[in-house]
Design a protein around this ligand. Structure first.
Ligand SMILES: [Zn+2]
Length: 528
């Protein structure tokens, strides 16, 4: 393993050496990427140039790299697009990256989309022991870089377990200290999933108190909002809460997988966008990410079961389902949630969980028909044995397009098992936005998948192709870059990424995985 040298210092040495030589000798580089069309992540137009990489950093961008540098490897990128590696601000790759299996730690579902950095810990799920998680990633090796968010969920559960109440002052102080420690250990911000139990038991004040701690450390607030539909405060009420949290805690807010979920709120994108733009005009930093799919990915329990029936988790729910007196209320709540999501024929079962016998590939409507029960009772049947993953077709194409058009919306995957978004989001966004009706320029697509995202997270010298920046680079074929995953076969690697460099090391060469694990845990440098 080569020793990593400090890039800016090495560049100065190289520059001064070059200046005093009368007959310049080619300088050493590890890799030259020659002849590609470079988009640097700033949104500027593409240009034909070469890139030289050494010791994990970008050494040179310009013409004729091979006349200036001698390199062990030269990649012919003619006809290909050279871009900063994509940065995914919302994933559920944490368990893959912590796996005992090197192949899972390679993070290939993302690498083959051109992603070189994933954020993990989203939806309020990130465990607060950032140093331990990052230390294991460093020791065992990971295929892409990972950046960490501390999650409201584990923080709240560590102090309050699953209790449905507000914390006492002492309990809140404990939660704040957990967030503070995680920020000191390198988290980039606080994530929340206020829709999910037990985070849903919190009031806004509690979240503000914790977000303040993240903000004081220079972090951001990333949220799966309390409501994306009409479950409780409605989606516009949830946007208002998010903006309030950002204002009161004085930190940037980032809305995860922005959407208007269900026919009752279709068209509400206009109001949501207006609220966000108004906040931005008053000086607030507000951004969002979006995945390019009409179906969200969820579970029967989280999508359909009333929150009070979920108190205590799935085992407690199963107990309640054993009590005939409690069933009518639960059934009514489930029926209302099915309605809210547009009906049982819009809910596709994509995976079994916890030992259920749910038929994968059937809709909840089909399951109800097979079993000759109502859709709500069919869902209850599944929940008696376990749970099931759902693709919930609940978004309108108009809302998706309206959000995609915003300059403050970036590409994300929300990649999790049982949904093609884990394997295909970036190429699908590329297909939809650049080659679809939106006619988005490729420079803008790359900007919203790289530099803009790096700026939101606050990553150091990533997200752009610039001299002195880390060499996270994707080289893809614009004519073949495409997803292969779909709802019935969600686990298919994407096509079109010819080469992928993570910290200057090839992870994909000639369209194939190299076996390398050069990803770094990226830790925010917070002075504590
Ligand atoms: Zn989420």
């Amino acid at each position: 393993m080569k020793k990593r040298i400090n890039a800016p210092a090495s560049l100065i040495i190289i520059a001064s050496l070059a200046g005093c030589q009368t007959t310049p000798q080619p300088l050493a580089a590890d890799t030259i990427i020659a002849g590609g069309q470079i988009f640097d992540g700033s949104g500027g137009a593409g240009r034909n140039a070469d890139i030289a990489i050494r010791d994990g950093m970008i050494l040179y961008i310009g013409p004729n790299a091979s006349s200036r540098y001698s390199a062990e490897n030269t990649v012919d990128a003619k006809g290909l697009i050279v871009s900063p590696g994509f940065i995914d601000p919302h994933t559920h790759a944490g368990s893959d990256l912590a796996s005992d299996t090197a192949k899972r730690r390679a993070n290939l579902p993302f690498a083959f989309q051109g992603v070189t950095t994933v954020v993990i810990g989203n939806d309020g799920g990130g465990k607060p022991d950032i140093a331990a998680i990052a230390g294991a990633a460093k020791a065992n090796g990971i295929g892409t870089n990972a950046a960490y968010l501390v999650g409201f969920g584990p923080v709240r559960e560590a102090v309050l377990a699953k209790a449905n109440r507000a914390p006492t002052q002492a309990e809140l102080a404990k939660m704040k200290s957990l967030v503070g420690t995680a920020m000191c250990e390198g988290a980039w911000g606080l994530s929340a999933g206020l829709y999910y139990v037990p985070q849903s038991y919190s009031q806004t004040d509690e979240v503000v108190a914790l977000a303040k701690v993240a903000g004081e450390a220079g972090g951001y607030y990333d949220t799966h909002m309390r409501d994306e539909s009409t479950y409780n405060v409605t989606v516009t009420g949830a946007v208002a809460e998010t903006l309030e949290i950002g204002r009161r805690a004085d930190l940037p807010v980032h809305i995860a997988h922005i959407k208007a979920l269900g026919p009752a709120v279709w068209g509400h994108s206009a109001r949501m966008i207006a609220m966000i733009e108004e906040a931005q005009a008053s000086g607030q930093r507000v951004t969002a990410d979006q995945y390019p799919w009409e179906a969200s990915g969820t579970r029967i329990s989280s999508a359909l079961v009333p929150r009070d029936a979920l108190e205590g988790g799935l085992p407690a729910l199963r107990e309640r389902l054993g009590d005939p007196a409690q069933i009518p209320a639960i059934r009514a709540g489930i029926a209302a949630a099915i309605e809210r999501r547009g009906g049982a024929d819009r809910l596709l079962i994509t995976g079994r969980l916890s030992g259920s016998d749910a038929p994968v590939g059937k809709t909840l409507a089909q399951l109800a028909e097979m079993r000759e029960v109502s859709p709500a009772d069919a869902a209850i049947d599944v929940l008696r044995m376990g749970d099931a993953r759902l693709a919930s077709f609940n978004m309108s194409a108009q809302d998706i397009a309206a959000f995609a058009d915003q300059e403050w919306v970036v590409t994300g995957s929300d990649g999790s098992n049982g949904h093609p978004r884990k394997y295909g989001s970036f190429p699908k966004a590329y297909r939809d936005l650049v080659h679809g009706e939106a006619q988005m320029g490729i420079a803008r697509f790359i900007r919203r998948s790289t530099g803009k995202t790096a700026d939101i997270i606050g990553l150091d010298r990533r997200g752009y192709l610039k001299v002195g920046y880390h060499a996270d680079v994707v080289i893809f074929d614009p004519s073949t870059f495409a997803p292969n995953a779909n709802y019935s076969a969600p686990r298919a690697l994407s096509s079109g990424v010819q080469h992928l460099y993570v910290n200057g090391v090839p992870v994909i060469t000639g369209g194939a995985y190299t076996g390398a694990l050069p990803g770094e845990p990226l830790l925010k440098d917070t002075q504590c």
